[in-house]
Every structure is written in C-alpha cells, then in structure tokens.
Design a protein around this ligand. Sequence first.
Ligand SMILES: [Zn+2]
Length: 106
Amino acid sequence: MSKKEKAENPAKETKEPKEEKPIEAPEAPTEAEAPVAKKPAKGKIKRKKRIGKKIYTLYKIDGETITRVRPFCERCGPGYFMADHGNRFACGHCGFTRYKVAEPAE
Ligand SMILES: [Zn+2]
C-alpha cells in the first residue's frame, strides 16, 4: 500500500508544474503589447499645462475701491507685483528684493 501512495504522490507533483505552464503563456502577449504601447509615448511629449498668473488674485475689490495685495516693484514701477516670500518681497522681473520691516519681537 505504501508503494502505491508513493507512486501517487509523484504523480500529483508532476501535475502541478503542468498547471504553471499556462501561466507563462500570457506573458508572451504582454511582450507583444509593450511595443504597441511605446509607439504613442514616442510621439507624445507630456507637457504640463501652464497655469496663468491669475493677476486677479493680486487685487482685492471692496465695493468701488481696489486694494493691491502685494506692493509694486520700486524699480520696475507700477504693474510689476512683487512676490511674497514670507520675510521679504521679491520682484520676478528684475530681481529686486525688499525685506519686510522686522517687527519688534515680543
Ligand atoms: Zn522689478
């Protein structure tokens, strides 16, 4: 009886590798699909959509009065807003930097 069981076991083991073979088959089509997917990637260059500066965000309209959120650049004149970098304002046009007046620390 024990001999028969031993004979059956190897038979079962041989069946398992046979089941693994079909798994390898699907890999072939994926390789064929890969070059197809590469073709559009060559022609298309992903470019980020440039978002506008949103100038309207620099103005605050309160009724009939307009207040400018950020100051103009002293060198470039009106129309050139300076960027707020926390402790300083910087002009992106000429590079002028105006440090904010340091408030006395309490
Ligand atoms: Zn400037």
